[in-house]
Design a protein around this ligand. Structure first.
Ligand code: ZN
Length: 302
């Protein structure tokens, strides 16, 4: 008897087969396609053919309604207004639940990860965009915590949400990529220019981080600035919520040196000293599996 956990992000989708004691049996990861619904149907069907599946839990980057309809997903617009839970229940006749991806990752941290035994923590998902979850007094706060759309510069860059200076515009994977491309277009020198046979528009945030570690100055500068921006956002979070821990997850949290280092320094420099003395800002140990395990946990504990 197994569950399927699915984590749909702006860049990658992960599908895991999960046992009833939350062991991750298999995990498959692929770039989120435009036609995500049919890709999900195919993958789920494959798992159904070989296993006895009793339920499907899904986390999606975006706002999700209580009935499992995706209300708005800025980074995966093809899912906007799609009644994802009912589509999957109709097709596979099992209980299906859809939540926000950061909510799923937060509940996974609380039960299986760095949040275990912590009374109050904030989780930030650092990927194409930035999401958040808030865990307090033994439960997850059931509100959309759109940390990526916290403004850190009220006259700053215009975000797709309509606000100016959103954290995502400076500190996310997409921001890193876009900033590097912009600087190259302006004539800055970088090894990134010769990647993808000179088509540097194909560059990904992981490439920028790798080049930064290899000593490419422009990449290093872009990653460091993005880290500082994240630190500004975290300082606001610390001042408002005073968490015991901030747990960082998502693909970008692999960029430990330069990016996270700059973020943690900046946050501690800016937040009120009394609030930063005991705070722990740490990387998740469930970067790939948290969203999948959490989605199954939410399905089983609804
Ligand atoms: Zn925004």
């Amino acid at each position: 008897m197994y569950y399927i956990g699915i984590d749909i992000g702006g860049t990658n989708t992960k599908i895991g087969l999960v046992s009833k004691d939350y062991q991750l049996i298999t995990l498959c990861k692929f770039p989120t396609p435009n036609d995500i619904i049919n890709a999900l149907f195919d993958e789920i069907k494959g798992l159904f053919n070989e296993n006895y599946i009793v339920g499907i839990g899904i986390g999606v980057a975006g706002l999700v309604g209580e009935d499992g309809t995706v209300i708005e997903s800025p980074n995966i617009p093809t899912l906007n207004k799609i009644p994802l839970a009912s589509l999957i229940t109709e097709k596979f006749a099992v209980k299906t639940r859809v939540d926000n991806d950061a909510t799923a990752a937060t509940i996974a941290e609380a039960n299986f990860g760095e949040g275990k035994g912590t009374n109050r923590f904030i989780l930030l998902t650092l990927g194409t965009g930035i999401g958040g979850g808030f865990y307090i007094d033994g439960k997850i706060l059931n509100i959309p915590m759109e940390a990526g759309h916290m403004s850190i510069d009220y006259q700053g860059k215009l975000c797709s949400c309509g606000n100016n200076g959103c954290l995502e515009m400076y500190a996310s994977g997409r921001a890193i990529r876009d900033t590097l491309i912009e600087k190259i277009e302006e004539g800055a020198i970088s090894q990134a220019k010769s990647l993808y046979e000179g088509n540097f528009y194909k560059i990904k945030s992981e490439d920028v981080y790798r080049l930064a570690l290899e000593g490419d100055n422009l990449s290093r500068q872009v990653i460091k600035e993005a880290g500082k921006a994240l630190g500004v956002g975290m300082a606001n979070i610390i001042n408002i919520f005073s968490p015991e821990k901030i747990i960082l997850t998502g693909g970008l949290s692999n960029a430990k040196n330069i990016y996270l280092e700059a973020a943690i320094n900046e946050a501690k420099k800016r937040a009120l000293k009394g609030l930063t003395e005991n705070i722990k800002i740490i990387r998740s140990q469930l970067i790939d599996s948290g969203g999948v395990l959490g989605a199954v946990f939410l399905l089983r504990n609804q």
